[in-house]
Write a protein that binds this ligand. Sequence first.
Ligand code: HEC
Length: 120
Amino acid sequence: MSRFAKGCAIGFAFFSMSQAAHGADISKADLRAKYNVVKGKEIYERVCSTCHSSGVMDAPKFCDLSDWKPRMVHGMEHLINHAVGGFNNMPAKGGMESLTVGESSDAVAYMVDQCLVEPK
Ligand code: HEC
């Protein structure tokens, strides 16, 4: 292996490790490749904003970083599991049983994409 390739491999391994250590290091590009944030916006506005725009019942408010950041540390999968399966006062799928797992995930991705990734 050339010196250059070795350096790249070590650099890459280090990069991957630091990514794994910070579950919240999600890029917008990753989110948008994996989820439909446009559809997520529509679902958020129709279903989730009822609680998340005002923060009723202690729902984490849209874009309130002090409330969302400690949750984000656990990563997208964790948030999606809670959104789909319910969590304390958070009803499963926001109480809209007809939502698919994909649609619920898109809504979570929209919230994260808008507020938590690369804050302005
Ligand atoms: C009836 C009110 C209500 C609606 C509607 C609602 N939520 Fe929530 N949500 C909550 C509350 C309350 C919490 C805080 C739960 C806790 O941390 O104890 C929460 C927490 C969350 C969390 C964070 C979970 C975690 O792991 O900390 C996510 C993600 C979430 N909601 C997504 C959604 C999505 C997506 C929708 C729409 C499909 C939605 N919510 C609709 C009340 C609601």
